[in-house]
Design a binder for this molecule. Structure first.
Ligand code: AMP
Length: 535
């Protein structure tokens, strides 16, 4: 029997139309290139997205074709998300923090026909656009007065394009499985790989993170996504915020602690979303300068394992709850979340530091090196696999994943109730005498010491154990600590055989384009390093 329900595809443009109608005055606040704040409601955003969709048609962007963006988090990027995908074309959110040759590679690979560039990314656009013969035009996301005088000759002004259109535009209807956005993984080995999202997958991800088991978003919230819009669609916040009608505060390019604190205080941010580095730097700033995080009430943190000490400090000193989430570019965002049950305490950090359990829509499995399923016993460690409604089936131009599961490249175990506990990236594991040592656990334990700002652990060759851990640490500003003190601190918290064989203090650690410690670079740097002789 066929159901007698209306058949309406899950298309992303419907979100901004909904927000424009029912949350018309709720603001999107954006930090602009000159530092000033720009404000506009969802009604204006929906109207501008429609005008931009008309302009895209006039520029010859056809359904299924790709437009690239080189831009940070601000209202014009939100409008582009809706205008491009909503008109049936595909947005390639290029990552401006990748090396230029990799950005170029992704633009060629995604076959970008138009390029939208904000004022922060002009240098990069200038370096690349002449190498992209398939480009039909470059649009600068700025007012006429802000247009660069003698750069990018022939580039169009986004605000002039909008001014020339009216907002009468009917979003087309099409298959919800059509591509909406292409985002490239920040591959540290080899070229980046293209993940192609669908309208349906992003819509289901938005429902998931908006739900109480996700980030619990509502029309009463004010959210600050520090996660970049060129990285997994800003964790889908441009979609989820429109879905629930929450106020959106977008930091532009200014991600330093004072600028973020200014937004939190000035705009009444209740939830901020980002990688641990962001919140570590906020806490470090408060340690040196005093002050508090009010009115921030919770953070959604993932992208790397949040150190327990950071989460405890946020809770005990500032009353800020961490919603710990795990996901990746290939999963359209969050897959597992800290999902407290009736008896679970919100300050049970033994639980919160685990990666959490899947919200509805995904399944996880752990497999050994031969691909055999491992038991959910909290001990059997192997590679994590994922499948579900918003998980990639393969990469652009490459064969689909075998047997329908995404091989995540993450290593960990599942507890009997299905909680994910990650220990490493597959390529970062340290295998000592055949047993695994968790670099994540060691790094986070080290950062628990107040004098340590950041720590990265890599494997170095060892004649007897094959590999042993080397800890590379950055001291907190003005703090004093030496190797013996840090080792003694770790010895109280880690199994004895996990303790690093050496600790090296450095000025700074290398980071990837998405703010994670770049282990490959760290390994390269310490390639000639030899462990000290046991004394
Ligand atoms: P990306 O595709 O750049 O978002 O990176 C995804 C990877 O980040 C995952 O495969 C993990 O290795 C890591 N990651 C994300 N969230 C977490 C988390 N909560 N804990 C530990 N690692 C994480």
């Amino acid at each position: 029997m066929r159901a007698l329900m209306q058949d309406r595809p899950l298309l992303l443009a419907g979100l901004i139309e909904h927000a424009g109608r029912y949350h018309a005055a709720t603001e999107i606040v954006s930090r602009q290139a000159d530092g000033s704040l720009h404000r506009q409601g969802y009604a204006a955003t929906a109207s501008r997205a429609r005008r931009l969709a008309r302009a895209l048609g006039r520029l010859g962007l056809r359904p299924g074709e790709t437009a690239g963006s080189l831009a940070f988090n601000h209202f014009r990027h939100v409008e582009l998300f809706y205008a491009v995908s909503g008109s049936g074309a595909v947005l390639h959110t290029a990552n401006p923090r990748l090396p230029p040759e990799q950005v170029l590679y992704t633009m060629q690979h995604a076959e970008d026909r138009l390029l939208f560039v904000d004022l922060h990314c002009l240098d990069l656009a200038e370096a690349l656009w002449l190498k992209l013969p398939a480009l039909r035009g470059v649009v600068v996301m700025a007012t006429r007065g802000e247009m660069p005088a003698d750069r990018l000759p022939g580039a169009l002004c986004c605000e002039e394009l909008l001014a020339a259109e009216d907002d009468g535009y009917d979003w087309p209807s099409f298959d919800e499985n059509a591509a909406s956005v292409i985002c490239y993984t920040s591959g540290t080995t080899g070229q980046p790989k293209g993940v192609v999202y669908s309208h349906r997958a992003s819509m289901l991800q938005a429902y998931s993170i908006a739900s109480n088991n996700g980030f619990a978003l509502s029309a009463q919230d004010c959210a600050l996504p520090v996660a970049s819009m060129y990285h997994v669609n800003g964790w889908s916040m441009p979609y989820a915020a429109a879905m629930v009608g929450c106020k959106l505060v977008l930091p532009g390019r200014q991600l330093e602690a004072p600028a973020l604190l200014d937004l939190i205080r000035g705009e009444g941010v209740g939830i901020a979303l980002g990688v641990p580095t962001i919140f570590l730097s906020l806490l470090e700033h408060l340690r040196l300068n005093g002050g508090d995080l009010k009115p921030l009430a919770r953070i959604a943190c993932g992208g790397a394992a949040p150190p327990r000490a950071m989460m405890e400090q946020l809770w005990r000193e500032h009353g800020v709850r961490t919603i710990h989430a795990w996901g990746m570019t290939e999963t359209t965002g969050g897959v597992t979340f800290f999902l407290p049950r009736g008896n679970d305490r919100l300050d049970d950090f033994d639980l919160i530091e685990l990666q959490g359990r899947p919200a509805y829509g995904t399944e996880l499995a752990i497999v050994d090196e031969a691909g055999r399923l491992l038991p959910w016993d909290g001990k059997s460690v192997g590679e994590v696999r994922a499948r579900g409604n918003f998980i990639a089936a393969g990469y652009r131009g490459l064969p689909a994943f075998a047997d329908g599961w995404l091989p995540t490249g993450d290593v960990g175990c599942l507890t009997p109730d299905g909680t994910l506990k990650l220990t490493d990236r597959a390529k970062d594991v340290i295998k000592s005498g055949g047993e695994w040592i968790s670099s994540i656990a060691l790094e986070n334990a080290a950062v628990g010491h107040p004098a340590v700002a950041e720590a990265g652990v890599i494997a170095v060759a060892h004649p007897k154990w094959q590999e042993r851990p080397l800890l590379v640490a950055v001291k907190a500003a003005g703090a004093q600590i030496d190797k013996a003190e840090l080792l003694a601190y770790l010895a109280q918290r880690m199994p004895h055989w996990w303790l690093p064989d050496d600790i090296v203090f450095v000025e700074a650690l290398p980071h990837t384009a998405t703010g994670k410690i770049q282990k490959s670079e760290l390994r390269r740097h310490f390639a000639a390093y030899r462990l000290p002789e046991p004394g």
